[in-house]
Design a protein around this ligand. Structure first.
Ligand code: IMP
Ligand code: MG
Length: 174
């Protein structure tokens, strides 16, 4: 059986942590003087979320957190894709700054629909922070405000990312 941990990570733990502290500082600068609700998109973003939120919080007051679980299904094109929110946020986001924290943006379909819904609910601003921007299979023109890493193609696991629910616990990305 293939042992993922024995492979060389594309992004080792130290690289991830260093990049997150830079990115956290940049995000905190952009929200200076504002309050922001950081929304973790479950499950994949969970480890990235806890790290980036604390990195932002070192330089910014007024952060709150919330959680959302969304999945998309359909034929995989933007017009026919349906997004199911199986766990919604608890916060009333009207008039608030919302920052979504997601693991990977692939086709972009899930987050473009979710962000559209939150704009309709009357958020003051809706931004997106992704651990990995995977460009190859993008199907919608989605603006990723902050991304820690970019990969051109391939399937990655670790640091929250799974293959059939496995490998999420690895501290690096493989
Ligand atoms: P999309 O941007 O709507 O296509 O959905 C992206 C979602 O698919 C992510 O949140 C992941 O859960 C999953 N995904 C996409 N690419 C990968 C990958 O390389 N590894 C693990 N999960 C992935
Ligand atoms: Mg995900």
């Amino acid at each position: 059986m293939l042992k993922v941990k024995e492979l060389l990570p594309v992004f080792p733990e130290e690289t991830i942590q260093k990049r997150i502290s830079e990115l956290g500082e940049q995000i905190a600068r952009d929200y200076q003087g504002e309050e922001v609700i950081c929304v973790c998109v479950l499950k994949g973003a969970v480890f990235f979320f806890t790290d980036i939120v604390r990195a932002i919080g070192r330089h910014l007051d007024g952060i709150t957190i919330d959680f959302l679980r969304a999945s998309s299904y359909g034929s995989g094109t933007s017009s026919s894709c349906v997004v199911n929110i199986s766990k919604d946020v608890d916060t009333d986001i009207k008039g608030k700054n919302v920052l979504f924290i997601e693991d990977v943006i692939d086709s972009g379909l899930t987050m473009s629909k979710v962000m559209g819904m939150f704009k309709e609910r009357g958020a003051k601003s809706v931004k997106l922070c992704a651990c990995v921007d995977k460009k190859e299979r993008r199907e919608v023109d989605i603006h990723i405000d902050y991304s820690a890493f970019t990969v051109d193609k391939g399937f990655i696991v670790g640091y929250g990312l799974d293959l059939a629910e496995k490998y999420r616990e690895l501290p690096g990305i493989y």
